[in-house]
Structures are given as C-alpha cells and as structure tokens.
Design a protein around this ligand. Sequence first.
Ligand code: 6PG
Length: 227
Amino acid sequence: MRVVVAKDAAGLAERAAAHIAELIAVAPGPRVSLGLAGGSTPRATYEKLRDADIDWTVVDAWLGDERWVAPDHKHSNARMAREVLLDHVPAAFLDNPWCEGCDPKTVAEQYAADLDRTIGDKPDIVLLGMGDDGHTASLFPGTTALEETQAGYAANLVPEKGWRLTATLPLLHRVRKIIFLVSGEGKADILAQVLRGAPYPSTLVAEGADDVTWFVDEAAASCLELD
Ligand code: 6PG
C-alpha cells in the first residue's frame, strides 16, 4: 500500500490524474476498465483526466457506486461523471440500468452481470473516495452489502440515505489497481484510523486488494505519522 501526499486538492488531482493516465497506458489491454468514484473529491481529478494524454477509445468506464436516483438527478454519480469527464472523452460508459419503479436489487444484479460481461474477472483500475465514517463506494459501516461474498454489485439500504447500488468487496478485491482519493482536514482522523487498520469498510477494501495507492492532500494527511 502506498500513500502519496500532495500539497493541496489541486496537487492531489494533478498527481492522481498523471498516475491514472500512466496505469491506462501500461494496462494489459486491449480494453482498459476504469471504475469511477462518486461524491465531490474526484471532480478535480476528472477535470485533469479530461486533458490528459489518454487513448480513451480503449477505456470502459463504470460506476463504483450510485445513488438510487434517475441518471439526470443532481445527486447522480453518473451525471457528475458525464458532466465532468465522460461527455468530453470517447470512453465507453457502462451506466447502471436504473428505471422508475425498478427494484434496486434487480438493477444491482443486472449491473453485476453487465460488469462481468464488460470488465471481466480482473478489472484494471478503480477510483474510490472515502467518507468521514470510513465508508467507500456505498459500503457504509454496518450495512448488508458488506456481507456480500459472491455478487460483484449489490443494492444497499443505507440508514438516512436510502437505497444505494455499490460494488462489493468481492468485486473490489479483484481490481488490479485501487486508487483512493482523499482530501481535506475533515478526513484526517478517519484516514489515520483506516491506515492504522481500524475496521472500517475502506480498511476492508484496502486490506483485501493487491495494489492500493492513496492520493491524499496535506490536510487529510495531518494526523498521519509518515516516516
Ligand atoms: C458517493 C461516493 C462516496 C464518496 C464518499 C466521499 O456516492 O457519495 O461514492 O463513497 O466517495 O462519500 O465523498 P466526498 O468526496 O464528497 O467527500
């Protein structure tokens, strides 16, 4: 596990985007899968990726998680990813098949099948954020999706947030390169706890994966004892 500390959020975005571009360039191919994080932190990285030297025509983008909202809803992760990145580059995008009145569990099963068919059993890269409660994707502490041991994607009913769709530990643990993007002083305490191995969902993801890099800024790193 590596921790890259950038001076600030802009530096984090710059260094993370450069690293992601490099990973795409050296991926085994012929297609390269790229899981996208939701939330606010990744926006700056997606803006840098837009202008990076990347052959997007070989990239299959997918969603690490999604809120249970229409794809044009202001809280949709797909909408953010499209607006900031995917509408600007010729990557393929595997969006989840949300529909009005659908059952989240059915949609999650369908998305898992779509992902199996598209990104295969050894996805290349996934970007993840982390909440100040240690959640990542939509794997929140104490929620049932954390118990999934087979399916790659699950519907997860999150207290006070409602239904979410999320990649599960089995899927995330198959990804070759996991990249966490963590910015701001508000994440400093939880980041230090997670990197010390405290049992949060982000820890469970990181500890079961082959290759994890944390891109953080100095504010988020302020509680770390880095040598
Ligand atoms: C989501 C994200 C979620 C996010 C963290 C951090 O759907 O909200 O996937 O896991 O990465 O909550 O969010 P911020 O980057 O906004 O702090």
